[in-house]
Structure formats: structure tokens, C-alpha cells
Write a protein that binds this ligand. Structure first.
Ligand code: ADP
Ligand code: ADP
Ligand code: ZN
Length: 216
């Protein structure tokens, strides 16, 4: 099963991707996580990407397309994968089509998680991420059992540099301009599924799961 999770920043893509991983055993490919890893390691790629990420802008297409192409060729992607946060532009979507075609694969479903701007802002400013394993929490909607400590690995929780309100609003604008056109792109291919992302984490997952069960 080859999936794309689409939706504005804070719509719950990462949260839902992790639930799909648990149930279906296919890997999550998060370009945001991969870029943050490169930034943390201080690689050339990380240094280049950080400028854009801190400003709430998209990292150039060639950079992201290169990372995804390499990742999709890893053996764990053979039985399927979940793309989380990629593609984010029409150019990325076209490049993805080409990469998959060369590999004899295709996308089975694009899950579009719909959440309005005011709600994503509330979600992101209270988002906390585990430094160690990347698990995601929300101080009110999905708090860790112990303050500032990851339930899964005990790691320390932090607030991402780009999760301040001003940058979030900028990222939402970038989403509207550059990423939302993908909704139409995938609707035309007949593989788009719209989900109301304002419901609880469990309710949203139940809806996604019912779509995936029909595909599997
Ligand atoms: P969120 O989970 O809030 O949607 P991400 O972790 O997916 O955010 O992305 C964080 C930042 O990383 C983005 O604002 C952007 O700078 C960069 N980034 C992630 N994925 C892509 C992509 N596919 N294309 C360009 N930039 C990306
Ligand atoms: P994205 O990957 O799309 O940026 P995340 O999965 O990181 O989104 O979720 C953003 C924030 O909102 C996190 O703090 C997460 O715990 C919280 N969250 C995710 N889904 C829901 C939901 N359905 N209801 C309330 N809060 C949610
Ligand atoms: Zn952790």
C-alpha cells in the first residue's frame, strides 16, 4: 500500500502516519523529520535546509526530491510506504510520479486531512516533540504522562524552532499557495480521499483506517 498524507502543517499527518505504521507495518517517510535530522547532524544539506525551515519556507524541490528518491529505494519500502509532508508542490508531485513509474510503482491513495487555520495554529503552538524518538504530543489534546518526558522512550520534549505562532501562520500561507493545488492534482487522478481532521485523533484514524481496509 503506497500512501500520501496531505494537509496543512498541524493537521495531524505525523500523528496519523505513526498509527498507520503500527497497524499496517509500512514505513513513514517524513521529509520534515529527515530534514531536521540533517540539521541536527550539521550536514551540508542540513545547513542549507535550515535557512528555509526557520523562515517557514519550503526547501528547494531538487533537495527534497533527491532525499525522497533515495529513501524510496530502501528495501523496507517494498511492501508499501506512507509519504508524510511530501509532495508539497506540483513539481514534487510530478517528480514523484516519474520516480515511481521508473520503479514500476504507483500511489494507491492520497489522504487529505482538512483542518482550518485557527485550529492548526492552536495545535502547533502547543506541539511538543521528543528529541530522541520524534514522538509528537500536544500539551492539551495529547499530553505526555509526565511533564516534558516522552511516554515511549523517556526522552526530553522540545518545541520546534518553527512552531512559533508567526512562523506557523507563514507556513499556512505557503501551504495554501504551493501545496493546496495538489488536492486538485490527485482528485483528477481519482485517488483523493478527503477527511475531516478536526475530530479526535482516534476518530480521524478510524476514518482513515476504513479507507485503507478497502484498499488492502
Ligand atoms: P509540519 O509537520 O508542521 O507540516 P514538516 O515537519 O513537514 O512540518 O516540515 C517542516 C519544514 O521542513 C517545512 O516548513 C519546510 O521548510 C521543510 N519541508 C518539509 N517537507 C518539505 C517538502 N516536501 N518540500 C519542501 N520543504 C519541506
Ligand atoms: P502535522 O504532521 O500535520 O504537522 P502533527 O501530527 O504533528 O501534524 O499534529 C500537530 C499537533 O496537533 C500535535 O501537537 C498533535 O499532538 C496534535 N494533534 C494531532 N491530531 C490531532 C487531533 N485530531 N486533535 C487534536 N490534536 C491533534
Ligand atoms: Zn521519545
Amino acid at each position: 500500500m503506497n500512501l500520501i498524507l496531505l494537509g496543512p502543517p498541524g493537521s495531524g499527518k505525523g500523528t496519523q502516519a505513526k498509527l498507520i505504521v503500527e497497524k499496517y507495518g509500512i514505513p513513514q517517510i517524513s521529509t520534515g523529520d529527515m530534514l531536521r535530522e540533517a540539521v541536527a547532524k550539521g550536514t551540508e544539506l542540513g545547513k542549507e535546509a535550515k535557512k528555509y525551515m526557520d523562515a517557514g519556507q519550503l526547501v528547494p524541490d531538487e533537495v527534497v526530491i533527491g532525499i525522497v528518491k533515495e529513501r524510496l529505494q530502501q528495501p523496507d519500502c517494498e511492501k508499501g510506504f506512507i509519504l508524510d509532508g511530501f509532495p508539497r508542490t506540483i513539481a514534487q508531485a510530478e517528480a514523484l510520479d516519474k520516480i515511481l513509474e521508473e520503479m514500476g510503482k504507483k500511489i494507491d491513495a492520497v489522504i487529505n486531512i482538512q483542518v482550518p487555520e485557527e485550529e492548526v495554529v492552536k495545535r502547533i503552538v502547543n506541539r511538543r516533540t521528543c528529541k530522541n524518538c520524534g514522538a509528537v504530543y500536544h500539551l492539551i489534546y495529547n499530553p505526555p504522562k509526565e511533564d516534558n518526558k516522552c511516554d515511549k522512550c523517556g526522552g526530553e520534549l522540545y518545541q520546534r524552532d518553527d512552531d512559533k505562532e508567526e512562523t506557523v501562520r507563514k507556513r499556512y500561507k505557503v501551504y495554501k499557495e504551493q501545496t493546496e493545488p495538489l488536492v486538485e492534482y490527485y482528485a483528477k487522478k481519482g485517488i483523493l480521499y478527503n477527511i475531516d481532521g478536526t475530530k479526535s485523533i482516534e476518530e480521524v484514524f478510524a476514518e482513515i483506517d476504513s479507507i485503507l481496509q478497502k484498499l488492502a
